[in-house]
Design a protein around this ligand. Sequence first.
Ligand code: NAP
Length: 253
Amino acid sequence: MTDNIDPRDYVAAPGSHAGRVILVTGAGAGIGRAVSMALARQGATVALLGKTQRKLEATYDAIVAAGGPRPALLPLNLETATAAEYDALHAALLKEFGRLDGLAHLAGILGARSPIDHYDVPTWCKVLHVNLTAAFVLTQACLPLLRASPDASVVFTSSSVGRKGRAYWGAYAVSKFGVEGLMQVLAHELQDTTSIRANSLNPGAVNTYMRLQAYPAEDRKLLPEPEAVTAPYLYLLGPDSRGISGNAFDCQR
Ligand SMILES: NC(=O)c1ccc[n+]([C@@H]2O[C@H](COP(=O)([O-])OP(=O)(O)OC[C@H]3O[C@@H](n4cnc5c(N)ncnc54)[C@H](OP(=O)(O)O)[C@@H]3O)[C@@H](O)[C@H]2O)c1
């Protein structure tokens, strides 16, 4: 463990993640794609989970073209996934790798920007399910694989509105508050009996499809690209953050 590193200042040494097997959700687009690419560049084998197979294949091709370790493809719709699908996912990872050294939750949806007065109830349920409940179920399904690693890390992706509520962010904000709670409960449960750590990251404003949905009128050229926020993910998913758990970090100043 390296003490007192601000994850935003982390610079990964070449090959820092070599030999690690890390599952990334939302790996077909936005920040999840950039984190997957960055992990592979550091030598990790990445299991790419996302809704759209075509997008996962594009991330796969980009990693292989860049000379990274051959990734695994895990198409899964987190809105509709059944217990049988989570069991199959666990079985596939167990067969191929026998363990997981990291789990990075990047998949998410925005839902509606609407006052609570008028928030559409089915949309509320969908956002809570994809952003929070699915992250819980996937983490639960992966815990036996994480326990099989000598140095495993779970990273949840939060938001500034998941740390301080803001008008009209509705289910999205509430789901991210839930993600912070899930991280804290999990970290506390694991701290004395395992070496698995759990932390959360707030990416800040990043030029992705979700950001475009939330702020359609802003000048996208002024926003950082997803590649600019990968260092804190590398830090928390790699060996240098061993022993750091239960914390909420930011990707930007
Ligand atoms: N961008 C920002 O400014 C910002 C700020 C704060 C927090 N965040 C958080 O950062 C994370 C990544 O967001 P992003 O900005 O990179 O968004 P994005 O470009 O819209 O990417 C979201 C990813 O989630 C996947 N996804 C959505 N619904 C899914 C489902 N039902 N099953 C499986 N995968 C699903 C998408 O896959 P498909 O493309 O196949 O649907 C996509 O890969 C999210 O948790 C978001 O809340 C982003």
